[in-house]
Design a protein around this ligand. Structure first.
Ligand code: FES
Ligand SMILES: [Fe+2]
Length: 426
């Protein structure tokens, strides 16, 4: 890919083409747990290069405002969250969740004319979502199934990732890597099997030559990774990519549906969100405990932070002995860190001029071309894809499908996120 195109896809600061596109969507800004109660301490939030502060006011309403005060630019992080607003600690100017100055002690009459940038927020599915685009184009709230199920049915985590969002997201839609870097994880991680047994493991490990094809939809892609199954069937891992940064990845065993979001912090860092949910039942206690401990797609964080314990600074705690003994394919443990270690190893922004894409990268190539097309359409004044909530209501699958069946037709019906449809997981 040319440097110019790669640049367009990876740069997301305000005023860049991709920055403008991403700002048309609700942005996952914080976990609701980061601002757990009214008047709690504000949190620093950096999104797409913008330094912001998240807080919850006295009425419990979430807000996201520019970090720096309108007076002389001190950080409101050191301010006081009180009486429905953040008061700057320096000279006492106070701002509400809309960024409006509501108290300006040294020149009271000026307050109505003073504002700091602020973005509207909603709380849905344990996430504080912010809308950072043109106010008149604010879309309806997200319709993703995981964000609408009861809290008992869902577990969410986020982790700091030291690379551009695009190469991380491209890792999420590339299911061929499962047979390599994650190869031994199914034995090492109890949360990925059912009492030590995983029916799909024999297909995943037994046939590393995944045959990919992608089905393009207005809202994104359905990605089919086909491996040998039984005599009369193929084993499919079916991933959904939904504009602009959501994936739903195939579940394992009888486990919950899984998904990710990759949100740019700036051009060289992103938040990787990981989601597990059941459409129709609470997450069993043991499974939730595993997730909280960082098993499966979640990863273990340094206490009180969203920084993984195994990170770039310590070579992800690579264990060469475990690698030799086939306990961890790369010597790094955990699905989450296996992914981030390799994605971060590409550099802060992957140099795509040296890459060699092959058939198994079809989904990556198609995603890039769809994003570029959406950028062009945006320039022409068209509405970006997947803003209608119906198109977001899909699921992933891990499933055996009869060789004679048209899998694309099957998926259109069976993977719609509807109550009547079971979760297809092996
Ligand atoms: S810098 Fe904030 S009140 Fe003066
Ligand atoms: Fe992975």
């Amino acid at each position: 890919m040319s440097e110019h195109r790669a640049d367009i896809l990876t740069r997301t600061n305000a005023g860049t083409p991709m920055g403008d596109l991403l700002r048309r969507y609700w942005v996952p800004a914080m976990l609701a747990e980061e601002i757990p109660e009214p008047d709690c301490p504000p949190v620093r939030v950096k999104l797409m290069g913008e330094k912001l502060l998240g807080f919850r006011d006295t009425k419990g309403r979430p807000g996201l405002v520019r970090e720096l005060c309108a007076h002389r630019g001190a950080s409101l992080y050191f301010g006081r969250n009180e009486d429905c607003g953040l008061r700057c600690a320096y000279h006492g100017w106070k701002f509400d969740i809309n960024g409006q100055c509501v108290d300006l002690p040294s020149a009271e009459k000026m307050a109505p004319r003073v504002k700091i940038p602020a973005y509207p927020c909603i709380e849905q599915g344990d996430v504080i979502w912010a809308y950072m685009g043109p106010p008149e184009l604010k879309p309806e709230p997200p319709g993703l199934e995981w964000s609408l199920v009861p809290g008992s049915h869902r577990y969410l985590s986020k982790r700091f990732q030291e690379c551009n969002y695009l190469q991380a997201m491209e890792g999420g839609i590339d299911t061929s890597h499962v047979s390599y870097v994650h190869r031994f994880e199914f034995d090492a991680d109890p949360s990925l099997s059912i009492n030590g047994h995983l029916p799909s493991k024999k297909y995943i490990v037994g046939d590393p030559n995944v045959v990919f094809h992608v089905q393009e939809k207005p809202s994104g892609l359905t990605i089919f990774g086909r491996r040998n199954g039984e005599i009369d069937s193929f084993y499919y891992r079916i991933t959904q990519w939904i504009f602009p940064w959501f994936t739903l990845v195939p579940p394992t065993g009888q486990r919950a549906v899984a998904g990710h979001i990759w949100v740019p912090i700036d051009d060289e860092n992103c938040w990787t969100w990981s989601i597990n949910y059941y459409p129709d039942q609470p997450i069993p206690a043991q499974e939730r405990k595993w997730m909280e401990e960082g098993a499966g797609i979640h990863g273990k964080a340094i206490a009180g932070t969203y920084m993984p314990v195994a990170n770039k600074g310590n070579d992800y705690l690579i264990d060469r002995k475990a690698q030799r003994e086939n306990r961890a394919y790369s010597g790094v443990f955990g699905l989450a860190i296996q992914d981030s270690s390799l994605q971060e190893s590409m550099g802060a922004i992957q140099d795509r001029s040296i890459e060699t894409l092959v058939g198994t990268d079809a989904a990556i190539a198609r995603t890039r071309s769809m994003l570029l097309q959406a950028l062009k359409d945006l320039e022409d004044g068209l509405t970006p894809p997947a803003l209608d909530t119906r198109s977001q209501r899909v699921r992933s699958a891990s499933v055996l499908i009869d060789k004679n069946k048209n899998v694309e037709e099957w998926a259109l019906q069976a993977l719609e996120a509807r109550k009547e449809n079971p979760v297809y997981s092996l």
